[in-house]
Design a binder for this molecule. Structure first.
Ligand code: HEM
Length: 513
């Protein structure tokens, strides 16, 4: 008999066993019943306490704000957030300029009026942008987009120099070339298939390839551009409000992290090559080159002067992240609006003819765009009518007295809705109509109320790519209008918006010249 089996044979009374004190089988089963009923009672009591606490916390935070009196236990309005519709948001906005809700016990204050939206965006001592939970895993904790306060201002001062007029005119010729290449592809596909394109993917590909070439020029090879373009959707789909928290194989966050690693590898390499090229005295051809040259600019006093390849790669990643969905949405709706308003396209074509003198093979320049007020009005109006970003999540970093009557509790989400500002009939009469003319009179209502146009946000985190976006859209739409005709296959889903038309936007392209 070994040591182990001997000890197993010790008399019962000396062994620890909960049952050894209870000789009767009846008593034993009574005890089991009483233990399990105690467990049930305790569990129910804990659950009830939790539920009461949850409702109480919600009610205390909400105070008098409009919104459900009770929150759905644990998940709150999660189901609504999974399938957001414009109608759903509209109902929320109509119920008050400040309203409350809760999702997974995150308390959220939504602001729909222009004043409150602007106040949230312009109160950096009380609020800061809040990305979805997976944001840091996907974009990397050390990405500049997570900076706030002075560190953010200093970083941004350097990045602003990448979007000066001089820099933009360098990017424009690349944008022009790539847009034409994509038009040729779209025409070919429509000719071969004899039917409309689902425009969503071609538009996204145009934007991603253009961004990568504008940002990295020849420092990124074409196969890397293709690899990042193909994998980028893994990043987009992982940035949901709620995700499985662990990045294990098979989860969306894991897929996004793998896609980001590929992108950062190529972008870091591009930064390295750009530094070498600029040291060798090559001419700048892309945003990275401009950046490397700018760091030697004596006017950047007090700003950060050195950036590692990885830091530069993470900045480019943040630009891709911030621009891909918004720019794609902007372009898709611009094509849809143009197709649905042939009278507008006629005017765009007349203007193109005037400015380009009928020579459409000449690349677009900034001076040409300056001389195209009608095209610029169309782009502004398209962005106003279907703003690509309807709301921007912020977080209260301390109790935030947003109005004399209400203070947003610390750690709450506070979300300015941009859409209602752009559909205010006081500033934009007939707000649901596509009326570029409203932007032609510099003294008209639209231009006289610049604070109302929140397409790009406001305050210290206002979009850094505004001029770049407007230039890109003008280049694409102006040239598309003269080189192609396109028909929009309208479906019942065409006007169902969130970020993109729900039917993917069906467009059939044919050549004009
Ligand atoms: C139609 C196109 C675009 C729209 C509608 C758009 C809209 C926005 C909005 C609403 C914000 C948040 C502003 C705030 O919090 O006040 C933002 C931030 C930002 N956008 Fe854009 N954007 C577009 C294109 C771009 C492009 C092309 C780039 C890069 C080249 C870009 C880079 C950024 C960055 C880096 C931020 C964060 C800035 C910061 O935190 O300092 N965006 N954008």
């Amino acid at each position: 008999m070994n040591e182990h089996s001997r000890s197993a044979g010790m008399p019962q009374s000396t062994q620890y066993s909960p049952y050894s004190y209870f000789p009767s089988a009846n008593l034993l089963s009574n005890l089991k019943a009483s233990v399990s009923s105690t467990w049930i009672c305790t569990t129910l009591a804990v659950l009830a306490t939790f539920l009461i606490l949850e409702q109480t916390v919600y009610r205390v935070k909400k105070r008098h704000l409009p919104g459900s009196k009770w929150t759905i236990p644990i998940i709150g309005k999660f189901a609504d957030s999974m399938s957001p519709t414009l109608e759903g948001y509209q109902k929320q906005w109509d119920s008050g300029s400040l309203t409350a809700l809760s999702v997974f016990n995150i308390f959220i204050v939504m602001a729909s009026s222009n004043d409150y939206a602007r106040k949230i965006l312009n109160s950096p001592t009380y609020t800061e942008p809040a990305l979805v939970a997976s944001g840091k895993q996907v974009l990397c904790e050390d990405n500049w987009v997570f900076l706030s306060g002075k560190a953010h201002v200093d970083y941004r001062r350097v990045l602003n120099t990448l979007f000066t007029r001089k820099a933009l005119s360098l990017y424009l010729s690349l944008q022009d070339t790539l847009a034409r290449q994509h038009f040729t592809e779209w025409l070919k596909t429509c000719k071969e298939t004899g039917k409309a394109l689902t425009f969503m993917k071609p538009a996204r590909d145009l934007n991603m390839r253009t961004s990568l070439k504008v940002f990295c020029g020849s420092h990124i090879p074409d196969d890397a551009v293709q690899e990042i373009t193909d994998k980028y959707w893994l990043i987009t789909r992982a940035l949901e409000l709620v995700n499985f928290p662990l990045a294990i194989p098979g989860t969306k966050v894991y897929g996004a992290i793998q896609a980001r690693k590929v992108a950062v590898k190529w972008l870091s390499n591009a930064a390295r090559l750009s530094k070498i090229a600029m040291t060798e005295g090559s001419e700048p051809t892309c945003l990275l080159d401009r950046w490397v040259l700018e760091l030697n600019n004596p006017e950047l006093k007090g700003s950060k002067k050195q950036f590692t390849d990885r830091q530069m790669a993470l900045v480019i990643l943040s630009f891709l992240f911030a621009s891909q969905d918004a720019m794609s949405s902007g372009i898709i709706y611009a094509f849809q609006h143009f197709a649905d308003h042939p009278e507008v396209v006629e005017k765009v074509r007349e203007e193109q003819h005037r400015v380009r003198g009928g020579d459409y093979s000449r690349p677009m320049t900034l001076e040409m765009i300056d001389d195209m007020p009608y095209l610029r009005a169309c782009i502004r109006e398209s962005l106003r009518l279907k703003p690509p970003v309807c709301m921007v999540p912020y977080k209260a970093i301390k109790p935030f007295p947003i109005s004399p009557e209400y203070t947003v509790p610390v750690n709450s989400m506070v979300i300015p809705s941009l859409y209602p500002s752009m559909h205010d009939p006081e500033v934009y009469p007939e707000p649901e109509k596509f009326l570029p003319e409203r932007w032609l009179d510099p003294n008209g209502l639209a231009w006289s109320n610049p604070k109302q146009f929140l397409v790009f946000g406001s305050g210290p985190h206002k979009c850094i790519g505004i001029d770049y976006t407007l230039m890109h859209m003008a280049c694409v739409m102006g040239t598309a209008a003269v080189l192609m005709d396109w028909k929009h296959e309208v479906t019942p889903q065409s006007d169902k918006v969130h970020l993109f038309p729900k039917d993917g936007c069906l467009l059939e392209f044919t050549p004009r010249v």
